[in-house]
Design a protein around this ligand. Sequence first.
Ligand SMILES: [Cu+2]
Ligand SMILES: [Zn+2]
Length: 190
Amino acid sequence: MRNKFWAPALSASIFCIAFTLSAGAAQAQSAAPASYKHTLVVPIKTSTGADAGSATFNESKNGKQLTIAVKLKGLPSGEHAVHIHQNPVCDAPAFTTAGGHFNPDSKQHGMLNPMGHHAGDMPRNISIGEYNTGEIVYKVDYLTLEPGAPNSVLGHSIMVHEKADDMMTDPTGNAGSRIACGVIPASAAQ
Ligand SMILES: [Cu+2]
Ligand SMILES: [Zn+2]
């Protein structure tokens, strides 16, 4: 008698718990994909091959805004330029084979340059603090994660420099040497 009563009650409560958990999980999973069209995470390494953090690219649903969240570590404190460079290669230690700034529209360098700016130019420098870490989120309308688009970051690289970008000096922003780099694959956007 006791078994007959408790068994259904017990299984019903187990079902309830399982249902609640799976509903919660489904909600958590759908939050990110619902707000972005494409997402891509690119690891960034220093000139000695050490982990320097990552850049997370998120394309908005309507395809009009690319968010680039850059999280860096193990780099010297101070202001550093961040750019998208032409070639998808990060050959340490100098990263020179990555080429110049991504520039599909044949413009000059710098957000403050009347003849600018390169598509690979970012509107602000990243600030690395006393613990050698730093974060910045760029939201730009002149880049995309769309495969095949002329202004797509796919198939290029993301570069961090020794110094700050002055946002004006063509073609480099006077940002000094290249200290960290990440290859953006040609076709990994989801
Ligand atoms: Cu650069
Ligand atoms: Zn530039």
